[in-house]
Design a protein around this ligand. Structure first.
Ligand SMILES: Nc1nc2c(c(=O)[nH]1)N[C@H]1C(S)=C(S)[C@@H](COP(=O)(O)OP(=O)(O)OC[C@H]3O[C@@H](n4cnc5c(=O)[nH]c(N)nc54)[C@H](O)[C@@H]3O)O[C@H]1N2
Ligand SMILES: Nc1nc2c(c(=O)[nH]1)N[C@H]1C(S)=C(S)[C@@H](COP(=O)(O)OP(=O)(O)OC[C@H]3O[C@@H](n4cnc5c(=O)[nH]c(N)nc54)[C@H](O)[C@@H]3O)O[C@H]1N2
Ligand code: SF4
Ligand SMILES: [Mo]
Length: 903
């Protein structure tokens, strides 16, 4: 466990409950950017609470934020630099040697093959200071713009859409707009699961002022369930919906003619293009795959509601038509002048904690620092500011093209920092091969093992993790918050910015990389934003360029721009766009078309996304038992009729395959999943499952404007997989997975679970693997294909339980798991663990309330016995939904399902 460090001065607040000092910091998960109070628990960990004073969350946290304390252990951490010689294993080396090696690998590669033969691949989970340092090194000193980031997979279409419309990557609004809106439209956003605290804010506005919520998403998510109106748009057809809206607004005299005339250009051509796509509601509805009446209702609501915020996320961005979708949405806000005023505006919900910070420092290959581009004037300006000897003069390769160039041998040396591309990039099998073929691969990460680290890097560097690192992040509403350290660095872990600066120094640029603290990096970043700005660029932190170290330590959450006093927190109510004529551009969308159509061989469209309680490739959220129980197994959500036709039953194993790769997961039949489509979550990797790595399947055709890959519509085939033997191993300690044909790992309360499936009886493979432990009990019924085993340690505590038997569904482990809660059991009763019954009568199925560990079965049973109880009744009796509230949409869903029919 980490050792505590004294909290920074000025940032010590008394945590109400414990009286111990708490450190104010920011949640490292989603772009909501919630303030967190971390209080050391005296045992190397920390108690986590929401910061009541942070303007993003006012004290609230979702299930992931609340469980941060369970992710601070060091068991999985990378603690020392390591390198390999030839084909040998990674061996520990000193920092000095490691940094020398990176510097010389980059220098030699550039000498031999030019600056564009090297690249950096970064992450929206880095701090702004790390990101700034990496961009400065590459674009000013290595001489290449081959620096891209996982934000290419995340926000690039929003960035491109903003730049096309506004001339800059500006988010015009703020979270208060959600409090003050009368209509919130969520497009391609499962905010109830992915931005839960913002979603609760929308819900609060609903309760307070009757805000209406419209959700546009092909599948009915927890967010869609909560909507006043749900539009199940056909994949990729959002620009039809919003083109139809523009036409409708024009025809009903609902335009803001004065705003259009004074502050925009290109309206007529855009309206004409919209008329081509969606001349009337009926045509739009047909093309978008929704009911005409529902679409009409949405149009009517939008037309009649002045205060409307349209939030959008990956259903919009991660599309081969993503940038057009963004502009189709923005067009409607510009046309009604509903932008930059309270309760109004287009609002891109950012994914990662520092997606925005990355954009600010020019983390994308087609941007330069401080929201500048590669125009000669900007290149010259940044070059002078940095006194850079080797300024990159043109855009670099965007993520998908970058990895293609690596595969083609054009990029030969790569430094990956804070991302897991062997899982998260499309065509991930190809990415893995490309990584393995590099002349030089360095990876900076927090963990000792993930799929990218499995690609035989030449060198790995241990980075500081959340709770240890120190710097700033920017959330969806342009608010800069501090991440502060409350734990001291474990092992030899160091800040990413520091490692980059050391390499810069070794390449002969000591003056440019002389920073001694994150505060110094931040000041330089702020100064660059102000440099020759004069109101020409939106991103301006001139008011922060002079912060001294103490002020940086104490910095309260602040929204940019920070030019001086009396700053407005919104943009563009009075125009003032960052185009050459200061007018916004309407952008006519092209006719949307899926990059790949389904075919006889691949008749289903694969949609992908997130689940409530896991974060990306699970390197951190996967450590928390609270989070593991919600949806512990990789799955594919399939429409019930499709499944029946294919002979796939709920809980059975199913193979999903595209032209690029395949996976096998559990089938979940879902009414909300449209026919002809399947949804698979992104979170499982080779580290957590035998074949749940979704990225391998995704085709990833890129959007022409943004280079963002399509991640929501890959043609696939579905085939039932015969795995008649199902089971699990529960173990107190993590172990190498049992030799089953199929496995997935989950962290549960008290045990690590390996969920298993096989077409061979357990006697053939499990028996030998378990061996004959002394003190073990077993039940071996070869005739029935049943095998159960339990082993205990010397103190009589259960060590491991294995159950495998013939079944067409996952086995319920709740009985066996309850044994892990107890320290000791009566030796004589040991055999009872093999009965499979929980002594306390535990429940099975998903755990809906992560905070209080309340399972779906208990909730259903309660509702059945108390049909009138409602949400409050469930809360009072079971406590479910009473802490973070992330599960409230699911509780409502269960209530609705079991509601007695009115008649
Ligand atoms: N629990 C959790 N929260 C997270 C994350 C996490 O890993 N776990 N990650 C964070 C990050 S980095 C990001 S980027 C955000 C993402 O947040 P979201 O974008 O809300 O999440 P996704 O599940 O990727 O996708 C959202 C929805 O887009 C829908 N969709 C697919 N195709 C289309 C389409 O053509 N049109 C429309 N309108 N919708 C479509 C999908 O059905 C899905 O429900 O979440 C952040 N928050
Ligand atoms: N099919 C499909 N693919 C997708 C998506 C999708 O919806 N569908 N979503 C895409 C999106 S929006 C995103 S954001 C990506 C996310 O994909 P990734 O970025 O690949 O996923 P993470 O698991 O967050 O990986 C972060 C890694 O960085 C490490 N890390 C965390 N903090 C730090 C740090 O401060 N320093 C260093 N050096 N390392 C750190 C973690 O241990 C982890 O290994 O996935 C994308 N891929
Ligand atoms: S909504 Fe949840 S995950 Fe996102 S920042 Fe807040 S606590 Fe963290
Ligand atoms: Mo993301």
């Amino acid at each position: 466990m980490n050792a505590p460090v004294p909290p920074p001065l000025g940032e010590v607040v008394a945590a109400a409950s414990s009286g111990r000092p708490a450190v104010r910091t920011t949640c490292p998960y989603c772009g909501v950017g919630c303030g967190v109070l971390a209080t050391l628990d005296g045992q190397g960990g920390a108690l986590i609470a929401g910061d009541p004073e942070h303007p993003a969350n006012f004290g609230r946290l979702c299930s992931k934020g609340s469980a941060l304390g369970e992710t601070l252990g060091l068991e999985t951490r990378l603690l020392h630099p390591m390198a390999r010689e030839g084909d040998g294993p990674l061996l520990r080396i000193g920092w000095g040697t490691a940094l020398d090696r990176i510097a010389s690998a980059f220098r030699d590669t550039i000498d031999r093959h030019g600056p564009d033969s090297v690249a950096l691949y970064l992450s929206g989970q880095l701090l702004t200071e790390d990101y700034y340092a990496a961009n400065k090194l590459a674009k000013g000193f290595l001489g290449t713009a081959n620096v891209d980031t996982n934000s290419r997979l995340c926000m690039a279409s929003s960035v491109a859409g903003h730049r096309r419309a506004f001339g800059s990557d500006t988010v015009p609004g703020c979270y208060e707009d959600l409090d003050e809106a009368d209509l919130v439209v969520l497009v391609g956003s499962n905010a109830a699961w992915c931005h839960p605290v913002l979603f609760r804010r929308i819900e609060a506005a609903r309760a307070r002022r009757g805000t209406r919520v419209v959700v546009i998403d092909p599948r009915r998510t927890a967010t869609g369930d909560e909507a006043d109106l749900f539009l199940p748009v056909r994949a990729g057809m959002d620009s039809i919906v919003f083109s139809g809206l523009l036409v409708r607004l024009a025809e009903h005299g609902a335009l803001d003619d004065a705003y259009i005339a004074a502050h925009t250009s290109g309206f007529e051509a855009t309206l004409a293009a919209a008329r081509e796509l969606a001349p009337d509601v009926a045509t739009a509805a047909r093309a978008a795959g929704v009911e005409a009446e529902a679409l009409e209702e949405f149009y009517r609501l939008f037309e009649r509601t002045e205060r409307v915020v349209t939030c959008y996320s990956q259903g919009v961005n991660q599309s081969a038509q993503g940038t057009d979708k963004v502009n189709a949405i923005i067009n409607c806000h510009l046309a009604t002048g509903r932008i930059g005023r309270p309760g109004m505006g287009p609002f891109s919900l950012t994914g990662q904690p520092n997606a925005m910070g990355g954009r600010e420092v020019g983390g994308l290959a087609n941007q330069l620092a401080a929201h500048m581009d590669f125009s000669p004037g900007s290149v010259d300006r940044v070059g002078r500011f940095w006194q850079a000897p080797h300024m990159a003069t043109r855009e670099g390769l965007k993520a998908v093209a970058l990895f293609d160039a690596i595969a083609a041998g054009k990029v030969k040396a790569l430094w990956v920092m804070g991302t897991n591309p062997a899982v998260s990039l499309p065509r991930a099998d190809g990415v893995r091969e490309a990584l393995r073929g590099l002349d030089f691969l360095a990876v900076s990460d927090n963990v000792a093992a993930n799929d990218t680290l499995g690609c035989r890097p030449h060198l790995v560097l241990p980075a500081l993790a959340w709770g240890e690192k120190d710097g700033t992040v920017t959330n969806s509403e342009r608010r800069i918050s501090r991440q502060r350290a409350f734990l001291s660095p474990p092992g030899e872990a160091k800040a990413d910015w520091w490692a980059i600066a050391q390499v810069g120094k070794r390449l002969g640029h000591a003056a440019a990389f002389k920073w001694r603290s994150a505060a110094e990096v931040f000041r330089e970043h702020a100064a660059l934003s102000a440099f020759e700005n004069g109101g020409t660029r939106d991103f301006d932190l001139s008011g922060l360029a002079g912060l001294d170290d103490a002020a940086f330590d104490a910095l309260a959450p602040v929204q940019w721009p920070v030019r001086g006093a009396g700053e407005s927190k919104r943009f563009f109510a009075e125009g003032g766009f960052y185009t050459s004529d200061r007018k916004a551009c309407f952008v006519p969308p092209r006719r949307p078309e899926l990059a790949r159509a389904t075919s006889e061989a691949y008749p289903f469209l694969l949609n992908t996304g997130r689940i409530r309680d896991q974060w990306h490739t699970m390197t951190r959220s996967g450590l928390s038992p609270r989070l593991g129980a919600h949806l512990p197994v990789p799955f594919a959500e399939i429409n019930a009729e499709d499944a029946a036709r294919l002979g796939i039953t709920d809980g059975a194993m199913v193979r999903v395959a595209s032209a690029h790769g395949a996976l096998a997961v559990e089938a979940r039949l879902a009414a909300g999943q449209p026919r002809g489509t399947v949804f698979v979550p992104i979170h499982w990797s080779e580290a957590t499952s035998s074949c749940g790595r979704l990225g391998a399947l995704v085709a990833g055709d890129t959007d022409p404007a943004s280079g963002q890959p399509e991640a929501k519509a890959t043609p696939v085939t579905l085939v039932p997989v015969e795995m008649p033997f199902r089971g699990f191993v529960l173990s107190r300690q993590a172990m190498t997975p049992p030799p089953a044909q199929w496995w997935a790992r989950a962290t549960l309360d008290g045990a690590i679970a390996y969920i298993l499936a096989d077409d061979r009886p357990p006697q053939d493979w499990l028996h030998a693997w378990l061996g004959d432990e002394t003190g073990a009990v077993r039940l071996d019924d070869a005739g029935a294909g049943r095998y159960r085993f339990a082993d205990f340690d010397e103190a009589g505590r259960i060590r491991l339980v294995a159950f495998v038997e013939r079944s067409d569904r996952r086995l319920d482990w709740s009985g066996a798991l309850s044994w892990f809660a107890d320290e000791e059991r009566d030796i004589a009763r040991r055999g009872q663990v093999l009965s499979g019954r929980a002594e306390s009568g535990g429940a099975c199925g998903p755990v809906i309330c992560a905070c209080h560990g309340v399972a779906q079965d208990s909730i259903e049973a309660f509702i059945a016995g108390n049909p009138a109880a409602g949400l409050a009744g469930i809360g009072a009796a079971l406590k479910a939904g009473t802490n973070c509230g992330s599960c409230i949409p699911e509780l409502r869903r269960l209530l609705a399902r079991t509601e007695p029919a009115l008649g």
